[in-house]
Structure formats: structure tokens, C-alpha cells
Write a protein of this length. Structure first.
Length: 255
């Protein structure tokens, strides 16, 4: 414990699921200040902030639509104005699961269905990084973690619009790492399998079982299991890692 002692971290999508788990793990690991970003659900962000502060860290709920560059910049500016620095940025904000998009036939994927995940998962991450970079460059230090997906590596027969956006995230990770490496800013990604988050709740019991059975471990992941990996990637234990994608999928990619 204590791998992030004294650090300040901004977590987009911090009001629920993996973002919430990450915020709490950062607090447990000694982070001093944590930004809990949310898009619309202020009450959920406030609840996470209360949990974070119970672990001894300061918490700041921040509303923004990260798919809009000026709002992503306002989010980062608000964080830095409050805490004075930004050591880690974790981009968990993502387009919500929608059954009509996920299971649509290729021929039925409308332009808007393809664009929605791109706007939030890919461009939302890039806009947040753009806003954070000047601060991290000035500090000569920073850790950025982007959220990808295993199907972005393996491909799949469903969720095309989703894993196209996540494939862009993984490509961006490699490019950003090369651009920001000379400034001592580390950029890594995690590629996720199926995790037990709110998105899973909209699936039927049989669909959840089928998803779990695709992994070698025959289960879905707990959000804490990915949060621990994100802590590692934002700690000095990962000081010589950048441009990497850490696959955390219970063995899904081996199917």
C-alpha cells in the first residue's frame, strides 16, 4: 500500500463501475487528491467522492462532456486550479452499452451508431489528454492510462462500433507514448474483457453466463481487479513502461 502517496489523479467516468473502483483504489494507495468526473449523474459522483474521502483523500466531483474539447479542458483546468498539479489521468469515461448498437447487423449499423463510441471513448480520451499534457510537461512527470478492450485486439462478431473506438484508443496509446516520452510522461492502456459493471446488468442471465464462459477463468472480472492494474501503471513500479497495452481479460483472448 502507499504506491501513490501524495499524488493527484483525475479519473474520467469516475462516478461508477471501473472509474469508481479506480478512484477508491487510488485513495487506498495514498493519493492526496482525486477528481471524480461525471457526465450527468451528480449524485453518483458525490457518493464516490464521499467514499474517497472516507479513505483520507480529498475528492472533487467535476461535470463535463469529454466528447467536447472545451469541456474536457475546463475539467482539467478546474482540477489543476483546485489541487495545483496533475500526476495521473485515467480515462474511464465511455459510451454506454446499447443493445441496438451492440447486436446490430453490419448492414444495419447507421452512421450515428458508429460515431457515438468514437466521440466518447476515443476522442473524449484524446481531448482529456490534450488538456492534461501542458501541465504534465511543465511538471516533467505524468502517468496516463487509457481504457481499451480485448475485442479491439481479437475482433468479434458483435459490438463493432465499440471495438473500433477501442482499437483507436490502443493505437493512440502507442502514438502518445512516443510523443510524450521525452517529457517523462508515461502513456499505457489496459485492454479489458468482461467485468461486472453496470453495463452487464442490461444483459440477460444467459448472455452474462455465455460472456463469462468465453474467458479461460470462466467468470467475469471484478472492477477492483482492473483498478489494481491501473494503480500499478500510475506508480513508480511502472516507471520504465510506456506505449504498452496490459490485457486483463481472464484469458478471453486465448479462446
Amino acid at each position: 500500500m502507499g504506491n501513490l502517496t501524495g499524488r493527484f489523479a483525475l479519473i474520467t467516468g469516475g462516478s461508477g463501475g471501473i472509474g469508481r473502483a479506480t478512484a477508491l483504489e487510488f485513495a487506498r494507495e495514498g493519493a492526496r487528491g482525486i477528481g471524480v468526473h461525471y457526465a450527468t449523474n451528480r449524485s453518483a459522483a458525490d457518493a464516490v467522492a464521499k467514499e474517497v474521502e472516507a479513505h483520507g483523500a480529498k475528492a472533487l466531483p467535476i461535470q463535463a462532456d469529454v466528447s467536447k474539447p472545451h469541456e474536457a479542458k475546463r475539467m482539467v483546468d478546474t482540477f489543476v486550479k483546485t489541487f495545483g498539479r496533475l500526476d495521473a489521468l485515467v480515462c474511464c469515461a465511455g459510451h454506454p452499452f446499447r443493445r441496438d448498437e451492440w447486436f446490430a447487423r453490419l448492414e444495419d449499423l447507421a452512421e450515428e451508431m458508429l460515431l457515438r463510441p468514437l466521440r466518447v471513448d476515443l476522442f473524449g480520451s484524446l481531448f482529456a489528454v490534450q488538456a492534461a499534457v501542458p501541465v504534465m510537461k511543465k511538471q516533467r512527470r505524468g502517468f496516463i492510462v487509457l481504457i481499451g478492450s480485448t475485442p479491439a485486439i481479437t475482433g468479434d462478431t458483435v459490438g463493432l462500433s465499440y471495438f473500433l473506438a477501442k482499437a483507436g484508443v490502443l493505437a493512440a496509446t502507442r502514438g502518445l507514448a512516443q510523443i510524450l516520452g521525452p517529457h517523462n510522461v508515461h502513456v499505457n492502456a489496459v485492454a479489458l474483457g468482461a467485468f461486472d459493471t453496470g453495463a452487464m446488468a442490461v444483459l440477460t442471465k444467459s448472455e452474462r453466463k455465455a460472456l463469462a464462459d468465453e474467458a479461460a477463468l470462466k467468470r467475469t472480472g471484478d472492477p477492483v481487479e482492473i483498478a489494481r492494474k491501473i494503480v500499478f501503471l500510475c506508480s513508480d513500479d511502472a516507471s520504465f513502461m510506456t506505449g504498452q497495452t496490459l490485457v486483463v481479460d481472464g484469458g478471453y483472448a486465448m479462446r
